[in-house]
Ligand binder design. Structure first.
Ligand code: AMP
Length: 257
């Protein structure tokens, strides 16, 4: 497995791949878990070459504390990737990926302003910008994204269509713990108590109650609620539990408010 830390090393490696081979990419921010693993397994199966990028992208963090506390577990990440047969890990530095220091960016002006976008100003501009950079560098045929980040997935699909990028976006189902909490790198930051309590989040979201009722019940359980809203066929929600922001979504119930 190749670990490529600079743009030059990456370009040399990428340019040596024959045009006949298909390339798949799984963009991540590291602290890999079985959710990421499911994307990697599928990417490995469907492409000749499987690439994982690991980059904690500062431009998509509106909260410096969240960025500074984002878990970094590179040794474990490398082992997981090697065990899954990944061909290369691309892990650039900010200065490499942003030679313009983020003067140029990709913006979406409708759906990126809703839900997470309303609570995390600039988040989706940063996300779309880094994904476009990674696509341009990796030149993949396929890119794998989790349905856990439903709004992100829709925005990436929209960007690829809007800019005629010749890349298939492959959506992958959310991987959950036994108690239904969606796996997330941020779950590592939950205390034992908060981890137990967090299981109420997917359980309440799965009820067919109106969104307003779900918000009230979450708040009664001590969560801070950013939103619970139906969006493009899914019931999407974001909360804070013990200082850790958690998001999730499930298919919307037939009965709407
Ligand atoms: P992240 O490292 O959190 O930016 O996530 C990288 C990719 O993994 C994104 O496409 C996420 O949607 C996806 N992902 C994260 N958690 C899960 C999960 N529990 N199930 C499936 N995909 C996930």
């Amino acid at each position: 497995m190749n670990i490529l830390n600079t743009i030059d090393a990456w370009q040399n490696w990428r340019n040596a791949i024959s045009h006949e081979k298909s390339v798949g990419i799984v963009p991540t921010m590291g602290a890999l878990h079985d959710g990421h693993r499911s994307l990697i397994t599928r990417c490995r199966r469907e492409n000749d070459i499987c690439v994982v990028s690991i980059f904690v992208n500062p431009t998509q963090f509106n909260d410096p504390n969240d960025l500074n506390n984002y878990p970094v577990t590179f040794d474990e990440d490398r082992n997981l990737c090697a065990a899954e047969g990944v061909d290369a890990i691309f892990m650039p530095q900010y200065a490499d990926l942003y030679p313009d220091d983020y003067r140029y960016r990709v913006m979406e002006n409708r759906d990126s302003q809703l839900l997470c976008g309303a609570h995390r100003p600039g988040h989706f501009d940063g996300m779309l910008s880094v994904v476009m950079k990674l696509f341009n560098l990796a030149r993949p045929q396929r890119a794998y994204f989790g349905e856990k980040d439903w709004q992100q997935l829709q925005l990436v699909k929209g960007m690829v269509e809007a800019f005629f990028m010749p890349i298939t976006i492959v959506p992958c189902p959310t991987v959950r713990e036994a108690d239904q909490l969606a796996l997330s790198s941020r779950n590592r930051r939950l205390s034992n108590d908060h981890r137990q309590k967090a299981a109420k989040f997917p359980r309440l979201l799965a009820t067919n109650a109106p969104t307003g009722d779900i918000i009230r019940l979450l708040e009664k359980d001590g969560f801070t609620v950013d939103y619970v809203e139906d969006f493009m066929g899914r019931r999407c929600a974001a909360i804070t539990c013990g200082g850790v922001r958690l998001i999730d979504n499930l298919p919307s119930p037939e009965r709407q408010e």
